[in-house]
Design a protein around this ligand. Structure first.
Ligand code: SAH
Length: 217
């Protein structure tokens, strides 16, 4: 029988899902399955790999972090991802959440402002077998107009206000989750919905702490 090098981490990852995600109320089997599958440690650099499955954000370089697993799960639950959805992610970062999104929906577009982070994430995602993700390097506040509209948008950095371009690029019936507030303080994780008549509503869901959505360089 072949022993996979991976096996040691699988137990830790399952425990992360049970203790940090399922026990806190996220129960959708599809979401839990995706979190059991994606190897979070592969998206974290050597220096912080030992913290990969801990219950907090982890450094990924350039003063950025990959969010705490539970927060990633909350955001994914809030946008209610369906298999046929087209999803836009702002802040590729480590690529960890990108991998989860691509387990859960068929069409994933992701924008990152730091070229270096995007390139590392691209190579990790390819190595992990995720071949159908579309990457852009640029300012996520502008969204990615060419491929709009999106059924779901997940913004992984805090904005002072919800960028108008992102609201425009939501499909009818679309959902967006975005942390809104000052960087360095607690922000409101907002759920934005656009109904079939293009009427937009926003609703605060959780208090969170995210790195800022940076102005374009
Ligand atoms: N989802 C990521 C979270 C990374 S943290 C993960 O799973 O690792 C937020 C990311 O947003 C960082 O990588 C940061 O560089 C990026 N970011 C910040 N401002 C941005 C902007 N204006 N446009 C696109 N990405 C941005």
């Amino acid at each position: 029988m072949m022993l996979h090098k991976e096996d040691g981490q699988e137990a830790v990852r399952k425990r992360m899902v049970t203790e940090q995600i399922e026990r806190r109320g996220i129960q959708a089997p599809r979401i839990l399955e995706a979190f059991r599958k994606v190897k979070r440690h592969e998206f974290i650099g050597e220096d912080f790999k030992s913290q990969a499955y801990e219950d907090h954000p982890v450094e990924i370089g350039f003063h950025q972090t990959v969010s705490q697993p539970y927060i990633v799960a909350c955001m994914i639950q809030m946008v209610d991802l369906q298999a046929g959805d087209k999803v836009l992610e702002i802040g590729t970062g480590s690529g960890y959440q990108t991998a989860l999104l691509s387990e859960l929906s068929q069409s994933v577009y992701t924008v990152e402002i730091f070229k270096e982070l995007s390139l590392i994430a691209q190579s990790k995602l390819k190595a992990a077998g995720y071949l159908h993700i579309h990457f852009k390097i640029g300012d996520g506040a502008e969204g990615w107009k060419e491929h709009a509209p999106y059924n779901a948008i997940i913004v992984s950095a805090a904005a002072l206000t919800i960028p108008a371009a992102l609201i425009e690029q939501m499909a009818l019936g679309g959902r967006m989750v975005i942390p809104v507030g000052e960087a360095g303080e607690v922000q409101n994780l907002m759920l934005v919905r656009k109904d079939q008549k293009a009427h937009v509503t926003t609703q605060p869901m959780e208090l969170v702490r995210f790195v800022p959505l940076r102005p374009s360089r």
